[in-house]
Structure formats: C-alpha cells, structure tokens
Design a protein around this ligand. Structure first.
Ligand SMILES: *[C@@H]1O[C@H](CO)[C@@H](O)[C@H](O)[C@H]1NC(C)=O
Ligand SMILES: *[C@@H]1O[C@H](CO)[C@@H](O)[C@H](O)[C@H]1NC(C)=O
Ligand SMILES: *[C@@H]1O[C@H](CO)[C@@H](O)[C@H](O)[C@H]1NC(C)=O
Ligand SMILES: *[C@@H]1O[C@H](CO)[C@@H](O)[C@H](O)[C@H]1NC(C)=O
Length: 509
C-alpha cells in the first residue's frame, strides 16, 4: 500500500552557491531567524518523527522541538490491531528493498526486520470471474503471464526500475545538504523525465510503452487498485511507484512498522505531546506563529519560530489566521478513502482457490465492493495465543485483510466468509486522489517563510520512504534557515516553469 523502491549510491560534488548573508529568511518585521529556534512539528507519523530525528542528526541540538499528536499514540498511518492476542498491520504495511532510509534507520535504531512469510500467490478477478492465478511453480506462473499478457510486464518492471535508479540520486544529493522548495523541483533535479511523469496519466504512459490492452486493464490496474485504490488514470509517477510495489523482497519491521516512528521520536530531542490537537496556525506578524492547541479539553496558545505541518491538511482541517495569503486551500485536493477490514474467519470455497495455494485475491473492477482480499500474518514472531479476559484460550483462526472503497456491509462479509469470528474496521484517508493530471504540487514552504509542509511529497507518491525523504528535505530547509545560508538549488520552479541552475548529470562524480 505505501511502498517504494529506491537505491543507487554515487558520491557527488554539487555546485553550492557562495555563501551570502541575505534577508531571504528574515520576516516582514526584519527579525532574522534565531540560532536556536522554537520549532513545532504537527503530527507524529513517520514523517513528523523523522523531521525531529534528522534535525538532531544534522547537529541542531539547540532550541525547543514540540511534537504534537492529536491521537494517543505515535505512528499515524502506521498502525496495528490486536486479534486474539496477536497484532496485525492495518495501514502502511510494506517497505521496498531499495528504500535506503528505511533500511539504514532500522539498523541505526536497533530495530529488526520481520522474518519473511512463505511467498504466496494471487488470483485476479474480473467481472466476477477468476481470469488469472499464479502457481506455486514459478515457471508455470511465468508461462501464464507470457501466455495472457505477453512480454510487456517484464518490460514495464525494467522501465520502472530505471526510473527508480534516477530517483535514487536523492540520497547522495541530500547527503550534500541540498534541499528543494517544491516536490516538482525535487523530481526535476533527479531527472527531467521523472518530473514529467507527474504531467500525464499512467494509462497514456503505458500506451506509449505499447503494452497490450489486456495487461493494462487487468494486471496493471489490479496493482494500482491495491496500492492506491485508484485506476490507471492516476499520474505516471504514482503509477510507477505502485508497480515497484509488485517487486520481490518487500519487507516490514518486527512488531509493526510503527516501531520506526516510535524509535525515531525516542532518539530525537523532541518533546512529545500526545492527545494534543492543533486547531489553527496564526501568523503573528512579528516573525512567529501562534498555535492553538486543544489538550485535556483546554485550549492553549503557544508561539513558535517555525512550524512543520506533518499530516495531510485535507484530513486534519487545520485553520489558518492572519496570513496575507491563505497558505493552503484544502478545497482543491482530496484524500482517497480506503477501508481496511480485518477479519478472523473462514473463507467461502469460491474465494479460497485452494488448488493453487493462492492467498490473495485482487480485482481490476471499480464496480466490485472490494479491492483486495488477502491472508495476513502477525507482526511479531509466532508465539503462543494469549488467553482472553475470561481466561479461556481463543482459537487461532486465519486472519484476512480486505481493502474496499467503503465500509463492508454484513451482507458483503457473508459473500466472502462462511464464518466470521472477529471483525475490526479501519476507515483511512489513505493517500491522495491522483486524478489531478498534470499535478501542480503544493510547496514544501507554504508561506514563503517558515511554515513548512511535509505531506506535499505525497502528491508525487505516498509511501513510507517518500515521507522519510520529505522529512530529510524539511530538516535541510530548517538547517539552512538556522545557518543563514541561501538555498542550494540545482533547479527551481518559477511561474510554473522549470529553471535549471545546474545539471545533475554534469556534476563531478
Ligand atoms: C463467489 O460466489 C459469490 C456468490 O455467488 C459471488 O458473488 C462472488 O463473486 C464469487 N467469488 C469469486 C472470487 O468468484
Ligand atoms: C515529457 O512527456 C511528454 C509527453 O509524454 C513527452 O513528449 C516528452 O518528451 C517528455 N519530456 C521528457 C524530458 O521526458
Ligand atoms: C509575537 O507576537 C505574539 C502574539 O502577539 C507574542 O506572544 C510574541 O511574544 C511576539 N514575539 C516576538 C518575538 O515579538
Ligand atoms: C488577527 O489580527 C487581528 C488584528 O491584528 C487581531 O485582532 C486578531 O486577534 C488576530 N487573529 C488571531 C486569530 O490571532
């Protein structure tokens, strides 16, 4: 659902503009940015947690960092639920092997990768008919793909992989402390064709690759549905990231992916405030921002030099006061609703595909009431079943996760399951609606000063690694303000046009 594929390691020497003492980050009142700023981060998901962590890693130990979280736990869309004493992922569940930040952070923070489950196949449903199934014999699966879809799928995977090679330049660029003010600018600096992907639909991109219509309609669309709940009308960057999510070697973190944001917060210097709902941000007109926060049913106001918004504004509905221009218009954009229903129970015969040992069912039909049905396994290593409150041991039913665009009715559950023992429902605003093509990105800097927005990256693609990359970018933008340096662009966007200040390909290796 939220994964991405990255890699590549080159050593770069970048053109960083000569140091100039400028007034760029000073405010209207002429107050320059303090050396130990008071910083607020709003949202303790993986992105917000990583901003706090990266700030410390960049050597900024001074000042106050308050991390506000409106719920009672760290994690955001990384979340687990307990059934019969075992925990299961309900949100972002997979990480790609080429995600360098996730890989490195898991090592640095002494977390562990979860042991891999036996790889399980899938079946594809179209017009209520199974049109394709993998086999437990890899060779047979390959033959079936060739037979039905031709060579196109392999071609698509290799095109996607080379796009991801381009994108992976971000790691060495960020290591050189280069930051960007807009996701489009960030993508363009990696490669112009990468940014271009956000300007046309995935459907068109696939047609230009001359893939067979049936491959697009069935396999590709099933993949975009299961990753982003949407068809191939999404822009091609999000589409390519979804395809990368069909790769081998996907992994997750032992005891749940939410262990990553937890460990990030713990290793940072941030002060965590749980159950603290940020209602509004006010421009104080003196270089600071006022945050109105409800906590313990009391409304308090706190003032900061810099504010990082690290949750989707479409979901949090934070209000803005006294800015000369509205920093963000939530009416322009929407997040996609995806409901995850976790069920312990027994599937009906025609949903099991027992003969092929298939554990997941995907559909490419938008008219179907579900997008996918898949067997899931606990986030921890296999253990004993805990007794419930009555002291009785609970039976160990298989557990399934169903994604759907709306909550399932009892009738719909009955279509899928012969027996239902336990149901837990998670109604997510999971990722953006990617039907805005061409995408015009929100900036990372909402007011041209010190109000920063982490989630603008999600309009390129929503994934754990994308949030980590955005967090690093935000930390670098803050770093620049503290050091008083001018931004070190390779390229930037002005009036919707891309201006190249430097060509990444001409950089000395
Ligand atoms: C199983 O049968 C039900 C009821 O006839 C039908 O609605 C459903 O689509 C079938 N499932 C599959 C995977 O074919
Ligand atoms: C951008 O996309 C358009 C339309 O698909 C294509 O014609 C053009 O060559 C692309 N430009 C780059 C730099 O990839
Ligand atoms: C800025 O304005 C706010 C709200 O009026 C006030 O509380 C704060 O002390 C002021 N800060 C500075 C540095 O002037
Ligand atoms: C906005 O500014 C006006 C005039 O300076 C002030 O009266 C008002 O309280 C401010 N609003 C907020 C929410 O602080």
């Amino acid at each position: 659902m939220y994964q991405l594929n990255l890699g590549f390691c080159i050593v770069l020497t970048l053109f960083v503009r000569p140091y100039e003492c400028d007034t760029r980050f000073s405010n209207d009142a002429g107050r320059s940015f303090p050396a130990s700023p008071k910083i607020a981060i709003v949202g303790a998901g993986v992105g917000g947690a990583a901003v706090a962590y990266f700030l410390k890693e960049l050597g900024h130990n001074t000042g106050i960092i308050d991390l506000y979280e409106k719920s009672n736990a760290i994690g955001g869309r990384l979340h687990t639920v307990d059934l019969y004493g075992k925990s299961y992922e309900t949100g972002g569940s997979i990480i790609h092997p080429r995600n360098q930040y996730a890989q490195n952070l898991v090592k640095k923070l002494n977390l562990r990768k979860k042991g891999r489950e036996p790889s399980s196949g899938f079946a594809l449903v179209k017009d209520q008919q199974v049109v394709f199934t993998t086999s437990s014999w890899n060779v047979l699966t390959l033959m079936r793909i060739l037979w039905r879809y031709g060579l196109g799928f392999n071609h698509l995977m290799s095109v996607t992989n080379s796009l991801i090679d381009d994108f992976s330049r971000i790691y060495s660029v960020q290591q050189k402390r280069v930051s960007y003010e807009n996701p489009y600018e960030l993508l363009s600096a990696m490669s112009p064709s990468l940014a271009n992907l956000t300007r046309s639909t995935f459907k068109r991109f696939l047609k230009e690759l001359q893939l067979k219509e049936i491959l697009i309609e069935e396999l590709v669309q099933a993949i975009t549905y299961v990753n982003y709940g949407q068809n191939a009308g999404i822009h091609s960057f999000a589409g390519s990231i979804a395809i990368a999510g069909a790769d081998d070697g996907l992994w997750s973190i032992e005891n749940g992916n939410k262990q990553l944001p937890r460990a990030l917060v713990q290793a940072s210097n941030a002060r965590l405030l749980l159950n603290a709902n940020v209602e509004s941000v006010t421009d104080n007109q003196n270089g600071t921002y006022g945050l109105k926060v409800t906590s313990d049913q009391k409304l308090i106001t706190r003032h900061y030099d810099l504010v990082v918004l690290a949750n989707p504004l479409e979901v949090s509905q934070i209000e803005f006061f006294n800015f000369t221009r509205l920093p963000y218009n939530v009416k322009d954009r929407k997040y996609h609703r995806t409901v995850a229903t976790i069920v312990a129970g027994v599937l009906r015969e025609n949903f099991t595909m027992a003969a092929e040992k298939v554990e997941s069912l995907f559909t490419c039909d938008s008219s179907e009431f579900y997008t996918s049905i898949g067997r899931i396994y606990p986030v921890d290593s296999p253990g004993t079943i805990k007794a419930d409150a009555t002291g009785e041991k609970q039976p160990d039913y298989p557990v399934y996760k169903i994604f759907s665009p709306a909550p399932l009715t009892e009738k719909q559950l009955e279509i899928i399951f012969l027996q239902v023992h336990l149901v837990k429902v998670f109604d997510w605003k999971a990722y953006p609606e990617y039907d805005r093509v061409p995408e015009t990105f929100p900036s990372f800097v909402l007011d041209e000063r010190n109000l920063l927005y982490l989630n603008s990256i999600e309009w390129a693609a929503s994934a754990i690694e994308m949030s980590l990359i955005s967090a690093k970018n935000i930390a670098l933008l803050i770093s620049q303000r503290i050091d008083g340096n001018e931004p070190s662009y390779l390229s930037r966007v002005e009036d919707g046009k891309l201006i190249q200040d430097g060509d990444i390909n001409k950089i000395e290796l």
